[in-house]
Design a protein around this ligand. Structure first.
Ligand code: SF4
Length: 82
């Protein structure tokens, strides 16, 4: 699992700091229930290993900048009653 490609990617790596942090006080650090996104020295750090695979970040990013893809190895959400 450590060697699989990242399942959380940014379309524009500069947008979180240049736009989201500057204009909206970094919403990434608030809408993720697992605290995956944090700003350290005004730079976005993605702690993908903590991801719960809820896809909230892909829906809530003001500029549709975050892409979530299914992780390898059968991970991801399990909706048993749907
Ligand atoms: Fe956080 Fe959910 Fe996005 Fe994972 S999919 S980074 S838990 S908001």
């Amino acid at each position: 699992e450590e060697n699989q490609p990242p399942h959380l990617t940014l379309k524009d790596a500069l947008a979180p700091t240049a736009v989201n942090l500057a204009r909206y006080a970094g919403p990434e650090s608030r809408y993720c229930p697992a605290g995956v996104y944090e700003f350290v020295d005004e730079r976005l750090v993605i702690n993908a290993q903590n991801c719960l695979h809820c896809k909230t970040c892909q829906r809530k990013c003001p500029f549709d900048n975050i892409r979530w893809t299914a992780p390898e190895g059968g991970g991801g959400p399990r909706y048993k009653r749907m």
